[in-house]
Design a protein around this ligand. Structure first.
Ligand code: HEM
Length: 163
């Protein structure tokens, strides 16, 4: 499976994604408040399209090493916790990616190619989402933990009350 796809294809495809899901724009914080036309031209968007392509390429290179592939995608998913991506946003990337590469492959796009890319994207997305969800659950339960008092201060305060 090779991944020599022109990154601009994904960039354009992203623009249409933002048209159908405008709330996704807010994740790209520096561009909050800009109109869609500005966002389409933004460097951040094209850089992220490149990053997605790079991540797909790295995943393809790790296909023979499932443990490394899983670790890479889990780590990427966890990092998106900080980026503020909602779980469902990650789902949108799969169909966008497929519709971006389909016209480029033209006659080479077969039912088998489609199945292979759908499986890879599906696995990437499911693994990233799982790790993102676990990271969110972990930080939510972190916030629920009771505050631990240092042992010395609790015993000294009891001693003071006993006097
Ligand atoms: C399959 C889905 C996705 C892949 C493979 C992907 C890949 C990446 C990669 C490789 C980075 C570079 C930084 C890092 O490694 O942590 C990144 C950063 C980032 N991603 Fe994603 N991403 C995906 C989905 C999304 C979605 C759905 C959003 C939000 C709408 C998003 C928002 C961001 C933001 C805000 C950053 C930081 C800014 C930047 O580096 O461009 N990502 N992403």
């Amino acid at each position: 499976m090779s991944c020599d796809v022109e990154p601009r294809a994904l960039e354009f495809s992203y623009s249409s994604l933002f048209e159908s899901h405008p709330d996704m724009q807010s994740v790209f914080l520096p561009f909050t408040g800009l109109v869609l036309d500005d966002l389409k031209k933004s460097k951040l968007l094209s850089e992220h399209a490149l990053r997605v392509m790079g991540a797909v390429q790295r995943a393809v290179h790790r296909l023979e090493e499932p443990e490394k592939l899983h670790a890479f995608l889990s780590d990427l998913g966890r990092r998106h916790d900080k980026n503020g991506a909602k779980l469902e946003y990650i789902d949108y990337i799969g169909p966008q990616f497929l519709s971006a590469i389909r016209p480029i492959l033209g006659g080479d796009w077969t039912a088998e190619t489609e199945k292979a890319w759908t499986l890879l994207l599906g696995y990437m997305i499911a693994t990233m989402k799982q790790a993102l969800l676990e990271a969110r659950n972990a930080s939510a339960s972190e916030g629920l933990k009771p505050m631990a008092l240092p042992p010395s201060s609790s015993s000294s305060s009891t001693a003071a009350m006993d006097d």
